[in-house]
Design a protein around this ligand. Structure first.
Ligand code: MG
Ligand code: ZN
Length: 222
């Protein structure tokens, strides 16, 4: 094994240990955690703005808004009604890791939270290797991207449980083929749950909200 590979393995096993601690804490307080991943510009923040304004009176949602620089997204999410939004600026790192989550988690009163959403840095490569203690990864793809993304970044689509296809209002304005992207994604991960939405027009969002409600409801029954 080269020194570089050894170092990477050590970093990842340290990350896994911290992620297991986070998962344990969240479980203890009955908090469901989702890790949102995508390329830059797929609409993670837009989907979260919509989700917060729709569900803020029903569910206690905590948000960790990861970005390489700026707290712009955190501010947008507060404006959308997020009462528990924590910015996480990586200062250059192209992914979030469990250590960063460990640092911001004490800012939340976990007893009050139903759902913790982590918005990862826009990047389909390394965030797939870093467990943040989440229950599931949610991967977003938009119709302005290539419909072969699942084949190009199989690791991310394999490790995600849910795929949200955003900007369906723009279907037909490019060569993006909805059936083809779904077939490509299912070729990588047959169990992927798929939502088709437009954060601009609101189309398809009701079934996404319904799924989040049932996710939290089922967790409370446990
Ligand atoms: Mg964002
Ligand atoms: Zn990275």
């Amino acid at each position: 094994m080269t020194a570089q590979v050894k170092l990477e393995k050590k970093v990842l096993s340290e990350n896994d240990r911290l992620a297991a601690d986070i998962r344990q804490q969240l479980k203890q307080y009955g908090v469901v955690a989702l890790n949102f991943v995508s390329s830059p510009g797929s609409g993670k923040t837009s989907l979260l703005e919509r989700t917060l304004s729709a569900l803020k009176d029903e569910l206690n949602i905590g948000l960790i808004a990861g970005d390489v620089q700026t707290e712009n997204d955190a501010n947008r999410l507060r404006q959308a009604g997020g009462r528990m939004v924590q910015p996480l600026v990586t200062g250059g790192a192209c992914h979030l890791d469990a250590k960063m989550i460990t640092r911001v988690l004490p800012e939340f009163d976990l007893r009050r939270l139903d759902l913790l959403i982590i918005e990862n840095v826009g990047n389909l490569v390394c965030p797939s290797s870093y467990d943040l203690g989440e229950d599931m990864k949610v991967v977003l793809i938009s119709t302005t991207e290539g419909d072969d993304k699942p084949l190009k970044y199989p690791g991310m689509f394999r490790r995600s449980s849910v795929m949200v296809i955003n900007k369906i209002d723009l279907l037909g304005t490019s060569d993006f083929d909805l059936e083809r992207v779904k077939a490509n994604a299912r070729q990588i991960n047959a169990d992927l749950k798929i939502f088709e939405v437009s954060c601009r027009t609101g189309e398809g969002l009701e079934s996404w909200y319904e799924w989040l409600r049932s996710l939290v409801g089922n967790n409370h029954q446990k």
